[in-house]
Design a protein around this ligand. Structure first.
Ligand SMILES: *[C@@H]1O[C@H](CO)[C@@H](O)[C@H](O)[C@H]1NC(C)=O
Ligand SMILES: *[C@@H]1O[C@H](CO)[C@@H](O)[C@H](O)[C@H]1NC(C)=O
Ligand SMILES: *[C@@H]1O[C@H](CO)[C@@H](O)[C@H](O)[C@H]1NC(C)=O
Ligand SMILES: *[C@@H]1O[C@H](CO)[C@@H](O)[C@H](O)[C@H]1NC(C)=O
Ligand SMILES: *[C@@H]1O[C@H](CO)[C@@H](O)[C@H](O)[C@H]1NC(C)=O
Ligand SMILES: *[C@@H]1O[C@H](CO)[C@@H](O)[C@H](O)[C@H]1NC(C)=O
Ligand SMILES: *[C@@H]1O[C@H](CO)[C@@H](O)[C@H](O)[C@H]1NC(C)=O
Ligand SMILES: *[C@@H]1O[C@H](CO)[C@@H](O)[C@H](O)[C@H]1NC(C)=O
Ligand SMILES: *[C@@H]1O[C@H](CO)[C@@H](O)[C@H](O)[C@H]1NC(C)=O
Ligand SMILES: *[C@@H]1O[C@H](CO)[C@@H](O)[C@H](O)[C@H]1NC(C)=O
Ligand SMILES: *[C@@H]1O[C@H](CO)[C@@H](O)[C@H](O)[C@H]1NC(C)=O
Ligand SMILES: *[C@@H]1O[C@H](CO)[C@@H](O)[C@H](O)[C@H]1NC(C)=O
Length: 476
């Protein structure tokens, strides 16, 4: 039955895309199942490993061997110049990227190499392929941080997200959900302090319970945690996180989405440039990152306006893909830029042959694909792709940004926004630290929601080491 379904999916795919050639792709991917943020350091679980590995296998069959094969890409033995894999300095995301690559380019079998002295050596692990995962400074430690913008060093984004806590929307939810959260205290008071179980920590509370629902066999039977309670818990966490990740009238809040847009544009641009030059490099970009970046990006590209599902936190191992393709004849070489198109796909949770990604129109449109020119001008409206742009957007004027502060044509703007960042740093610190500390103090209590997890609090107590000298745009 499974084979039949796969076969029919394959034939549909083949007939629909017969005339088209995929020239490149960029994937942004969430990590797989992990331990809760409130018991940092977080780890990828076996389930999570399996999820991202499966996703890697799926994208292998889509882009390396299947009918949407990227033109000229190596099928079995990786060619490193064709690939760019990145993830922040974060164990869960780095490991997820590695697991994905194991599915994408599986071992090629043992090879034997003969050395000059006549000795021979065998490749370890059945020809396991070594593929570097480069780090990017965006989102460092994001899985250990309870507060969304803690993973960012962008001054103005922190102020902006903090402003969510003064919005009417937030305050209404904070007071109207008091009883709801109070009812959950007995479930989480082994890890969280009673006074912290409220809408202010909506995601932390949801995350802890969600992990227990997946891993603790006695929790799903809890009388408190009915399906409707769980749904409400998740919906509140969604509202909280979307509120921190995007605000249509205050766009810097979505800085991580802007940086992602810059990275997508840069990479696909390099695909076109190298293709036009007749080179066979830069074909497939893969980035692992946090759900906050998805939410910011969804808001910026107006996906949320047409489909409110996009305001919800994507499930573990979710991925979005940007396919660069053409319907033009490619036998004479790389097509001209005006013949290039881009398709956006998203899948909520692990992709597989039986659960494939779906196309969605970007920028509030209706078409399943748009021209490269429209795609790049649409993303360029908010994309942040250089350090200088980042510094201006974030109002940062010190460190790496000092170089650009004096270049400003309008020093008074600079002054104002840097004054703002200053204020925000304090507030940001307070809120960020508040959540972390509350969580740590709570978790020092002897009772734990999840048996078998040992506490390590030192790391969570210390401020995260964020590479101040680097900005997102700096990645090589
Ligand atoms: C940007 O400014 C904020 C607030 O002043 C600061 O915390 C952060 O470290 C700065 N980031 C960089 C890369 O300079
Ligand atoms: C969105 O930004 C506007 C303008 O800064 C602000 O008035 C509003 O409260 C913000 N809304 C939320 C939910 O943060
Ligand atoms: C958690 O709440 C329950 C019920 O209110 C109570 O019996 C228990 O002692 C609390 N545990 C902790 C660690 O506070
Ligand atoms: C709750 O949801 C689960 C999975 O979504 C389902 O299997 C179960 O039947 C639901 N329980 C009730 C009482 O609706
Ligand atoms: C790629 O980027 C360069 C530099 O920004 C730009 O001049 C060029 O037009 C871009 N190419 C395409 C195909 O968008
Ligand atoms: C939103 O998601 C639900 C559940 O996955 C689905 O049934 C519904 O069709 C989606 N809505 C839209 C507008 O896509
Ligand atoms: C993904 O699924 C979750 C529920 O598991 C939902 O809250 C969220 O809105 C979904 N997102 C999209 C884009 O469908
Ligand atoms: C998925 O389908 C492709 C054909 O489209 C097939 O080659 C591949 O083996 C399938 N993968 C799994 C895990 O079934
Ligand atoms: C987003 O899409 C809606 C229609 O779906 C449209 O009314 C709105 O103007 C769009 N916003 C932007 C910024 O493109
Ligand atoms: C900067 O602040 C000054 C005084 O607070 C104000 O008059 C001016 O309009 C501000 N400039 C900008 C660009 O916000
Ligand atoms: C599961 O949760 C229950 C209820 O909170 C707790 O008493 C128990 O220790 C947990 N068990 C495991 C194996 O984590
Ligand atoms: C994650 O793994 C580390 C060891 O690598 C362990 O110390 C820590 O307790 C684990 N975290 C959880 C929540 O299990």
């Amino acid at each position: 039955m499974k084979a039949a379904a796969a076969l029919s999916a394959l034939s549909i795919l083949a007939s629909a895309e017969a005339a088209e050639t995929v020239l490149g792709a960029y994937i942004f991917h969430r990590h797989g199942d992990r331990t809760p943020k409130s018991l940092a350091p977080t780890n990828l679980t076996t389930l999570g490993y399996e999820q991202v590995y499966t996703s890697g296998q799926y994208y292998r069959s889509r882009y390396l061997t299947g009918s949407s094969k990227i033109r000229g890409i190596n099928e079995d033995t990786v060619k490193l110049t064709q690939l760019a894999v990145t993830a922040p300095v974060d164990n869960v995301l780095q490991n997820s990227a590695m697991a994905f690559l194991q599915g994408l380019y599986p071992p090629v079998g043992q090879t034997v190499q003969t050395l000059a002295n006549g000795n021979s050596v065998q490749s370890p692990m059945d020809g396991y392929q070594l593929i570097p995962v480069n780090t990017i400074s965006t989102g460092s430690g994001s899985e250990d941080n309870g507060w969304l913008q803690d993973a960012s060093t962008c001054g103005d984004a922190k102020i902006s997200s903090n402003n969510y806590f003064t919005s009417a929307e937030y305050n209404n939810l904070l007071s109207s959900t008091e009883d709801f959260y109070a009812s959950l205290v007995p479930v989480v008071n082994g890890t969280l302090n009673e006074k912290d179980v409220n809408y202010k920590n909506a995601y932390i509370v949801y995350d802890l319970i969600n992990v227990a629902e997946i891993h603790n066999s006695s929790i799903p039977d809890s009388e408190v945690l009915t399906n409707s309670t769980l749904f409400q818990l998740r919906t509140l966490a969604d509202a909280h996180e979307y509120g921190l990740a995007y605000n249509a009238s205050d766009d810097v809040r979505a800085i991580s989405g802007m940086q992602l847009a810059g990275e997508i544009l840069k990479y696909l641009n390099s695909t076109i440039t190298s293709g036009t030059a007749g080179s066979s490099s830069n074909k497939f970009g893969i980035q692992f990152g946090a759900y906050g970046t998805f939410l910011s990006f969804f808001g910026l590209t107006n996906l949320t306006a047409k489909n409110t599902n996009f305001t919800g936190v994507p499930d573990y191992a979710s991925s979005m893909a940007f396919e660069l393709f053409t319907n033009a004849d490619v036998s004479g070489g790389f097509p001209s830029t005006s013949d290039l198109q881009v398709r956006f796909l998203f899948h909520n949770g692990t992709v597989s042959n039986s659960s494939e990604p779906t196309m969605y129109p970007l920028f509030g449109g209706n078409a399943d694909s748009i021209s490269w020119n429209d795609f790049s001008s649409g993303l360029s409206k908010f994309a942040v792709s250089t350090t200088e742009e980042w510094c201006h957007k974030c109002g940062n004027t010190t460190g790496t940004c000092a170089a650009y502060a004096s270049n400003s044509n309008n020093p008074s703007t600079e002054q104002n926004s840097s004054g703002g960042s200053h204020m925000s740093a304090a507030i940001g610190g307070v809120i960020g630290a508040f959540v972390t500390l509350a969580v740590v103090l709570g978790s020092l209590a002897a009772f734990m929601l999840l048996g078998g997890f040992r506490l390590v609090s030192k790391k969570a107590l210390a401020p995260r080491d964020t590479p101040v000298s680097e900005t997102a745009a700096n990645k090589a």
